[in-house]
Ligand binder design. Structure first.
Ligand SMILES: [Zn+2]
Ligand SMILES: [Zn+2]
Length: 132
């Protein structure tokens, strides 16, 4: 069981299986909400243990697709934690244990600020990843 939580501990969740994928998004939205490192989890393996009523949602403005959730008490970015999709992105920063994964790609590298240097060898995409 992999556990996760926000900074103040109000929001707690569990993953019965490790996430399926990990990626880093350099778009300005992910950067500003502090959730550039994302893991993709399957909803069947995800359980929100506590803090449901403390989670706030910043609604996506088209063409952006994903809503951004965060703890309204401490501000921790939680990714798409309230998603009802089969698979959804969760901010890797709020996972407490080892997820058994390393970053697999960088997306929206075209929006990456110059001060940030990519330090791994994962594939880089200017926008959304293209399947090989
Ligand atoms: Zn919190
Ligand atoms: Zn992004």
């Amino acid at each position: 069981m992999i556990k996760g939580s926000c900074c103040c501990g109000v929001v707690q969740f569990e993953l019965a299986e490790q996430p399926v994928m990990m990626g880093t998004c350099h778009c300005s939205r992910c950067r500003k909400v502090g959730a550039s490192n994302l893991v993709f989890v399957k909803s069947e393996y995800f359980r929100l243990v506590s803090g449901r009523d403390q989670i706030s949602v910043f609604k996506a403005i088209p063409p952006y697709k994903y809503d951004r959730c965060f703890c309204s008490a401490c501000g921790t970015a939680l990714g798409e934690i309230l998603s009802e999709e089969e698979s959804f992105p969760l901010a890797a920063n709020c996972i407490d244990g080892d997820i058994g994964l390393e970053n697999q790609f960088h997306e929206f590298v075209s929006e990456k600020p110059a001060w940030l240097k990519i330090g791994d060898t994962a594939r880089q995409f200017d926008e959304h990843p293209i399947e090989p």
